[in-house]
Structures are given as C-alpha cells and as structure tokens.
Design a binder for this molecule. Structure first.
Ligand SMILES: Cc1cc2nc3c(=O)[nH]c(=O)nc-3n(C[C@H](O)[C@H](O)[C@H](O)COP(=O)(O)OP(=O)(O)OC[C@H]3O[C@@H](n4cnc5c(N)ncnc54)[C@H](O)[C@@H]3O)c2cc1C
Ligand code: FES
Length: 261
C-alpha cells in the first residue's frame, strides 16, 4: 500500500443526525482510494491535541472526491466536539485512507449478515452499498429511538434493528435481533463495541460461520509505527515476532479466529 500523506480538505457539509451524532462530508483525494471498513485520521486545529482522531469511512463518492464520516461527540473540549463546531467551507487536515477494510470478495454468492452497533454503525453503510452477495441482511443496534442512518440502510438490504430501550425493533442488542428474527448467514461482517464483537465472534465460531470483525483501540501514529494499538493474535506477527497485531495497520478488520478479544 502506498504511503499516505497528510491532506488539507474542505468541509462540504456538517449535519447533526441525532443527539451528539454528526455527519460530515469532506472533499478529498482519499475518496477515490477508500474501501469499506477503512478509516481516516482527522487532526484537530488545537495545538494542544497533537494526535489525530481515527474515524471510519461511512460513505464515499470517488468520482466527485467526496467522503462522509459519521461521528459521536465524546465530551466537552474533545477533538470530536471541535469537529462538530466546524462549518461548511472550513479546512481540516486528514490522513488516509488507513487500515485494511472488509474483504468484499468473501461475500460473492453467499448469504451475508452485516452487523453494526453504536458508533460502529457508520462503516456498515458503505459496506452495505458495495457488497455483492446472494442475500444481504443488515442488523444495527442503537441505544434508543435515535436510529441514525436507518433510511440509508433500508435502501440497501433487509434491515433489522435493535435498541437497548426497546423503542425500535428488538429490545436488546444485535445478537438479540439475530435470535428473534432467526437469522443465519454464511459470512458475517461486524463493527461495534468490544463486548458486542466478542459475542458475535463466539456465536460465529460455535456455528462455524466465517466472520470479520472491525476492532477499535486508542491510536497514536495510526500508520503502524508505534505499536500503540496492538491486540493479541493467535499467530506470531512477522513484524514484531510476538503474538500481536497492529489494529491500525494489520486491521482494523480481522478474521475473528485470528484475534483474541
Ligand atoms: C478504527 C477506528 C474507527 C473509528 N471510527 C469511528 C467513527 O466512525 N465514528 C466515531 O464517532 N468514532 C469512531 N472511532 C472512535 C474515535 O476515534 C474516538 O471517539 C475519538 O478518537 C475520540 O476523540 P476525542 O478527541 O473526542 O476524545 P478524547 O478523549 O479527547 O481523545 C483523547 C485521545 O484518545 C483517543 N481516543 C479516545 N477514545 C478513543 C476511541 N474510542 N478509539 C480510539 N481512540 C480514542 C483520541 O483519538 C485522542 O488521541 C473509531 C476508532 C477507531 C480506532
Ligand atoms: S497507532 Fe501506532 S502502531 Fe497503531
């Protein structure tokens, strides 16, 4: 993969989708290169916040050089709060696309289940748009009735929703929705919080289903140099000679049987 350079990009639009959740389209060369499941790292304009924030690619339009991210503001005086205050026309610095992305070719001729939970929901959208398969089931989980991106998912597959408070769809998490709707698949692709991914990994391995999970970890360099984002792998890594994988570079997407979470 070519070495990625920092790029100054223009904000094309900024929209609040739900309480604390924002959608931003940017104009970037990265749009033409990006694959579903990859991410970009976004720098803040605050000299006190040196590290860029890794944010998944939610949608791309390579021809028009447009890329969308959907992100949650994590708190006061954070980088994500600063992004949310920026307006159309302002400039941001990014690097990307980074990471490996979901293996789309594994879905050909198969029944797939795409699963997203919480702020792991956004990268599932571009995946749902691009994946070619026999049957496409999308299962997304939210806290409450703020089911952001729901209409977009509805247009791109058979949609099942879970909410923690039961206000929309199945009450509970994405695995509860899978059980309630008696869903089954040949290949699973998932992104979300670690407890959700752990449950999906366990379910998939018990039922011998091929499963790809996108992991999240705090990152520093974001390009594989600092080993700040490792997770434990089954096999010894050729880069570090220990049972480690760098989430930013070797991932964030892994075959579930490759990693311990
Ligand atoms: C591969 C990947 C994809 C992601 N995709 C999305 C997405 O699409 N939408 C979204 O809202 N969030 C996403 N996240 C989480 C996002 O990176 C953090 O919420 C964000 O970095 C928090 O930054 P902050 O300035 O708001 O918080 P602060 O707490 O001020 O951040 C302090 C430092 O910790 C890091 N950090 C804090 N929380 C996280 C976290 N959960 N993961 C990684 N680094 C963290 C920050 O990058 C920063 O360097 C993703 C994380 C990873 C690793
Ligand atoms: S963040 Fe530096 S190796 Fe992953």
């Amino acid at each position: 993969m070519a070495k990625r350079k920092k790029e100054k990009v223009r904000i094309l639009s900024q929209e609040r989708l739900a309480e604390g959740i924002f959608s931003m389209w940017i104009e970037t060369e990265a749009a033409a290169l990006a694959r579903p499941g990859q991410f970009i790292s976004i720098y803040t304009n605050d000299a006190g916040k040196l590290l860029p924030r890794p944010i998944s690619i939610c949608e791309t339009d390579g021809e028009r050089k447009r890329l969308r991210v959907v992100y949650r503001v994590t708190g006061k005086d954070t980088g994500t709060e600063q992004f949310s205050e920026m307006k159309e026309g302002e400039l941001l610095e990014i690097i990307g696309p980074l990471g490996n992305g979901f293996p789309l070719e594994r879905a050909e001729g198969k029944r797939v289940c795409l699963m997203g939970g919480g702020i792991g929901v956004p990268p599932i959208l571009e995946l749902a748009k691009q994946i070619r398969c026999l049957e496409k089931q999308i299962v997304v989980g939210y806290r409450d009735e703020n089911t952001f991106l729901k209409e977009e998912f509805d247009r791109n597959g058979s949609l099942y929703i879970s909410t923690e408070d039961g206000s929309v769809g199945t009450k509970g998490n994405v695995m509860d929705a899978v059980r309630e709707n008696e869903l089954s698949a040949d290949v699973v692709y998932a992104c979300g919080p670690t407890p959700m991914l752990r449950a999906i990994k366990e379910f998939a391995e018990k039922n011998r289903v091929e499963c790809y999970i996108s992991l999240e970890e705090r990152m520093a360099c974001g390009i594989g140099a600092c080993l700040g984002c490792v997770c434990q792998s089954k096999e010894t890594d050729s880069h570090s000679n220990v049972k480690n994988k760098r989430i930013c570079k070797d991932g964030p997407v892994f075959l579930s049987t490759e990693v311990e979470i």
